[in-house]
Design a protein around this ligand. Structure first.
Ligand SMILES: [Zn+2]
Ligand SMILES: [Zn+2]
Length: 90
């Protein structure tokens, strides 16, 4: 089970024309996106990654606020509950 915490990093690169800001997606799953020269484009990479990793509705955390899970995570607490036979909260 991998957890995803994608974010767009801003870096400054030396170019022959001087310094230029670059943006790239990186995620705690190890994904590193391509170098982008506009934050908007890097944000699109992030949105595309989130589309890829979003878990099906029936596997999502049922209590995201209490469990701190993101919609694209498989919640360890909820997943653990599923693994317990006869776990029916009255
Ligand atoms: Zn990821
Ligand atoms: Zn949960």
């Amino acid at each position: 089970m991998s957890q995803h915490r994608p974010h767009v990093c801003r870096q400054v690169e030396e170019t022959p024309q001087g310094t230029a800001a670059i943006y790239r997606l990186s995620c705690s799953c190890g994904l590193v996106g391509d170098v982008r020269y506009a934050r908007r484009v890097a944000e699109q990479d992030k949105a595309a990654h989130l589309m890829d990793i979003t878990v099906p509705l029936d596997q999502r955390c049922t209590r995201p606020r209490e469990h701190g899970a993101r919609p694209w995570d498989t919640c360890p607490l909820c997943a653990g509950q599923l693994a317990l036979p006869g776990w029916d909260v009255a």
